[in-house]
Write a protein that binds this ligand. Structure first.
Ligand SMILES: [Cu+2]
Length: 164
């Protein structure tokens, strides 16, 4: 009986730990930019809050709707926006990381299904360096939560993806 109890207790810990880890990061206002019909790639944005006392590091992401996801940062060079692949995005302890047009984003690449349209929702999973994961369900928006203020970035972003 004692062995059985120990086994059950271990299972309970294994089952509970991913949930406990998930709950210490808070995803705010996730959204994915509506795609032009010809595009295979889309960009996802959000704010990730880390109320814990350890730095966390976003290293990857995956989605059933896309073949390949990457962490990108848009950088301006000689007046032109382009995107660079980043190995990680650190969310500092007690702080936050902001993914927004013109900066960091989750790049959803190699679309499997129909292009994303405003009103759709996209589910993807954030993967952290410590092995924990976080599910995100993001609405697809044409202009983002702030309206039209970021349209300049959008145009550059869209142009870049057309080159793929
Ligand atoms: Cu990108």
């Amino acid at each position: 009986m004692r062995h059985l109890n120990t086994a059950l207790f271990t299972l309970a810990i294994l089952a509970a730990s991913p949930l406990a880890a998930d709950s210490d990061l808070v995803i705010h206002d996730p959204w994915v930019r509506e795609m032009p019909p010809v595009a295979d790639n889309a960009a996802g944005y959000m704010r990730i809050e880390n109320p814990s006392d350890t730095d966390r590091s976003l290293v990857d992401a995956e989605s059933d709707l896309f073949g390949h996801l990457e962490i990108h940062e848009s950088v301006e060079e000689d007046g032109t926006m382009r995107m660079e692949h980043r190995e990680e995005l650190v969310i500092p302890a007690g702080g936050e990381a902001v993914l927004e047009p013109g900066g960091y984003h989750v790049m959803l690449m190699d679309r499997h299904g129909d292009p994303l349209k405003e009103g759709d929702e996209v589910a993807f999973t954030l993967i952290f360096a410590d092995g924990h994961t976080q599910e995100v369900v993001a609405p697809v928006l044409r202009h983002g939560p702030d309206g039209e203020a970021d349209d300049d970035h959008h145009d550059h972003h869209g142009d870049h993806h057309g080159d793929h």
